[in-house]
Design a binder for this molecule. Structure first.
Ligand code: HMG
Ligand code: MG
Length: 305
């Protein structure tokens, strides 16, 4: 098992895309600042998708242009297509010199129906678009992360053949993605399934090329993280306070809460570089900004002390 683990924070994107209340741009930036101050070094900040599809993140350009420069911290934004990449390039040009590093993340699903609902394309059509989009992003000097959703199950189709995810991961890596994050979009996964999926990928990807992105809908996210750690995975996605979900996946709830993940990793003696106290302060801020009690268990336990 690796000694050092990367906690990849998705709250400002995956969390806020799903909130009924749209958080003002300045408050999003305050939350991102608090997350960086807690020691998170990879933060998914926003999404250059259609503002008609995700109005909560319509200010992606403003957020990206004003990201706080913190030593060692880089940011990621979702980019679904060429139009999203152009919008990102304009935002970065506006930000100018001294801006912190930003990378692009592309995404698609292992199941057809979720891909159609989420991207209005078949899986083959999206892969066709990514064959141009990923090289175009790389040519602009951006690193690119890939996401495969519905790996553990689809809200419309039920169980998904893990072989489909394995093939898509291989395609994304061949296109030049430096890492592919496997999404349990609706939080149905259990550890034996996780071992099976990672086993299929062993011959196709190095451990650092794979991340796990577990939604905690059924409380199995940490169990899957433990299975992932035992299989050599070193990057885990998580969301402050357990914010999140996918608006095009009915029943999806928040991601694994960052505080729950860091609490477990700290207890196991694994290094994350994250300051748990400051993380709890960021969780309290997230809770104030969205105006509801967040599901993160460690956050609630700490706030009740
Ligand atoms: P579409 O309607 O098929 O788009 O949507 P289109 O290409 O036909 O264009 C239609 C209109 O949208 C045009 O405008 C385009 O200019 C505009 P019009 O001419 O009609 O005025 N448009 C855009 N505007 C701004 N930015 C863009 C953009 N692209 C087109 N990038 C599209 C296709 C991809 C845009 C749409 O399906 C979309 O935005 N989908 C995103 C859905 C989404 O964000 N889902 C959540 C993120 S994925 C997730 O949460 C899962 C993950 O966390 C992992 C996991 O948990 O599994 C990553
Ligand atoms: Mg997600």
């Amino acid at each position: 098992m690796a000694h050092r683990v990367t906690v990849y924070e998705v709250g400002p994107r995956d969390g806020l895309q799903n909130e009924a209340r749209t958080v003002p741009t300045a408050d999003k930036l305050a939350l991102i600042g608090a997350l960086a101050a807690a020691g998170l070094r990879r933060i998914e900040a926003s999404s250059f998708v259609s503002p008609r599809w995700i109005p909560q993140l319509a200010d992606a350009a403003e957020v990206t242009a004003a990201l706080p420069a913190v030593d060692g911290t880089s940011y990621v934004v979702l980019v679904p297509n060429a139009k999203g990449l152009d919008r990102l390039a304009v935002a970065l040009a506006r930000a100018g010199e001294g801006h912190p590093p930003v990378e692009a993340a592309v995404f698609l699903s292992a199941s057809e129906t979720h891909n159609r609902k989420n991207l209005n394309r078949t899986v083959a059509e999206t892969l066709g678009e990514l064959e141009a989009l990923v090289p175009a992003a790389l040519a602009r000097g951006l690193r690119v992360r890939g996401y495969v959703s519905t790996v553990w199950g689809c809200p419309y189709e039920g169980p998904v053949d893990p072989g489909r995810a394995a093939e898509i991961v291989e395609r994304l890596l061949a296109l030049g993605c430096h890492q592919v994050s496997l999404g349990d979009t609706i939080g149905v996964g259990t550890p034996n399934q996780t071992r099976r999926i990672l086993g299929l990928l062993r011959a196709r990807a190095r451990p650092e090329q794979i991340a796990l992105h577990m939604h905690d809908t059924r409380g199995t996210a940490l169990a899957n993280v433990l299975a992932g750690l035992e299989e050599g995975v070193t990057t885990f996605d998580a969301s402050i306070g357990g914010l999140g979900g996918c608006p095009y996946a009915p029943g999806a709830s928040g991601n694994l809460a960052t505080e729950d993940l860091v609490y477990m990793l700290d207890g196991m003696g694994l290094e994350t570089g994250v300051d748990f106290r400051k993380l709890v302060a960021a969780g309290a801020l997230a809770q104030r900004l969205v105006g509801r009690t967040l599901p993160g268990k460690a956050l609630q336990a700490e706030l009740a002390r």
